[in-house]
Write a protein that binds this ligand. Structure first.
Ligand code: SIN
Length: 264
């Protein structure tokens, strides 16, 4: 297995592994690398939905998405397709399904068909974003919780309302102990016990702070790539700059736990 960093802040590119025969040992090794690099782009294995699920099972229990329908015969696998710029579901900074009480730990995104150009995915390191804040801001944020909602996504998918949830603004990683910012433009609505307008100035500041270029990487997809990321420490953004060109990716997420903060 060869591992090369993808950027100065996060991410690594992995070659020399065959994911079609993902042993327990290999999954454990990849899991340790995801915790260290936060995002892994693993090239070279075209996977069926069952093989993709097998890799994910090496990390945790695959989840059924609360709003987006799954691939027929494969609960746990959703297909991300290009429905045109007007219908993109993920062209915004987000941590997957943060509007659930127990959002997924890991996401597995596998490229079946990729456009000739464009359609990259951006990732931002939320541990570094937190670490670079002032001591005073870190202390203030440590006392705050934010309301997350998936209502917008549910509406697009023609589903009834999903309940709001409240999570700490600074999330402590249960495995690495690292602290990360845990608010995102797509789903974080306001701070707990505050109105939207009261919350907006600081939330807007944090949304921008969290995705400054030097804490990001850009993954350029090749067919057969599997990208695995840790939703507890990154946000991501799908860039829709590929017009009507086909882009088909399969996605699995694995079970997580209720985010914990410093004072909760
Ligand atoms: C996602 O938001 O989970 C998928 C990102 C992508 O389509 O690149």
């Amino acid at each position: 297995m060869k591992i090369e960093p993808l950027g100065g802040s996060l991410g690594a590119h992995v070659t020399g592994v065959d994911l079609r025969a993902c042993s327990v040992d290999l999954c454990q090794q990849l899991r340790a690398e995801v915790l260290a690099y936060k995002v892994l782009q693993i090239s070279g294995s075209v996977l069926s939905p069952d093989q993709l699920l097998k890799v994910a099972e090496g990390f945790g229990r695959p989840l059924v998405h609360p709003v987006v329908p799954h691939l027929e015969g494969h609960p746990g696998v959703i297909e991300i397709r290009n429905f045109g710029k007007a219908h993109t579901l993920n062209e915004h900074w987000h941590s997957d399904v943060s509007f659930e009480p127990e959002p997924p730990d890991f996401t597995f995104l596998h490229a079946h068909r990729v456009p000739q150009y464009g359609g990259d995915t951006l990732f931002a390191n939320q541990v570094q974003a937190f670490e670079e804040l002032s001591v005073g801001m870190k202390a203030a944020l440590g006392r705050l919780r934010a309301v997350h909602s998936g209502a917008g996504l549910a509406r697009i998918m023609g589903k009834s309302e999903v309940p709001e949830v409240v999570h700490p603004v600074v999330r402590q990683h249960p495995e690495t102990g690292e602290k990360a910012l845990y608010v995102c433009r797509a789903f974080s609505q306001r701070f707990e016990d505050m109105t939207g307008p009261e919350s907006a100035p600081l939330l807007e500041y944090l949304f921008a702070w969290a995705v400054r270029p030097h804490v990001t990487i850009r993954v350029n997809w090749r067919p057969g790539d599997l990208v695995i990321w840790d939703n507890r420490s990154v946000q991501h953004y799908a860039v829709h700059d590929h017009g009507d060109m086909e882009r088909v990716l399969l996605r699995v997420t694995t079970a997580g736990s209720r985010p914990i903060g410093e004072s909760h």
